[in-house]
Design a protein around this ligand. Sequence first.
Ligand SMILES: CC(C)(COP(=O)(O)OP(=O)(O)OC[C@H]1O[C@@H](n2cnc3c(N)ncnc32)[C@H](O)[C@@H]1OP(=O)(O)O)[C@@H](O)C(=O)NCCC(=O)NCCS
Length: 186
Amino acid sequence: MTIDGSSSDLAIRRLKIPDEADVCAGLMSGSEPWKTLRRTYEEAFMMLTDPAREVYVAVLGGEVVGFTVLRMEGVFVGYIQTVGVLPGWRNRGIGTRLIDFAERRIFQRFPNVFLCVSSFNEEARRLYERLGYDEVGELRDFIVPGHSEILMRKSIGPLSGYKKPATSDVHLLRGQPSSDITEPVD
Ligand SMILES: CC(C)(COP(=O)(O)OP(=O)(O)OC[C@H]1O[C@@H](n2cnc3c(N)ncnc32)[C@H](O)[C@@H]1OP(=O)(O)O)[C@@H](O)C(=O)NCCC(=O)NCCS
């Protein structure tokens, strides 16, 4: 782990409204890829506070340093809708920890994790590929003209007959401990 040499200080828990939603919406409306995708602060704030989504923040020393938004209902469940880390905290493993958390949350109920990455966001796509995501489709001109959203999936089996794995099996699948889940899930 690369967060100041210690992983134990990073907690992942539910977003607190409105202050933490304000921080995350500010990040989204002020930086890429969301600027190119024309995401406004108001739209981001609405998404982050929508009760139909599960929103988690990564907290280090009392400060929100990243977040992830999950959809646990719908066609392509479970879906990591967004993951973001504050600029000063990137490249220290926090994004990987948030995705790992999201995967363990989703694999509690479903055998697939879906996400979309913008065609111009090559760095994020590299991260997802490294974490085991495969491209399953291209949605051309999906959010803004001239750019695609690439649908990616990580799967541990078919939907039919899927049984929630024992927690220890999920750890083995991920090859990582689960000590950062700070609240019970399902
Ligand atoms: C993508 C992101 C969540 C990853 O979080 P992180 O804490 O920086 O990631 P980690 O430290 O776990 O992993 C580092 C990897 O993230 C990716 N990455 C780093 N900076 C990035 C950036 N500014 N934008 C996109 N991806 C980035 C790279 O693949 C990097 O690995 P590599 O350069 O060694 O190949 C974070 O960089 C971010 O918020 N980027 C801007 C928003 C974004 O692109 N979100 C994803 C939308 S689909």
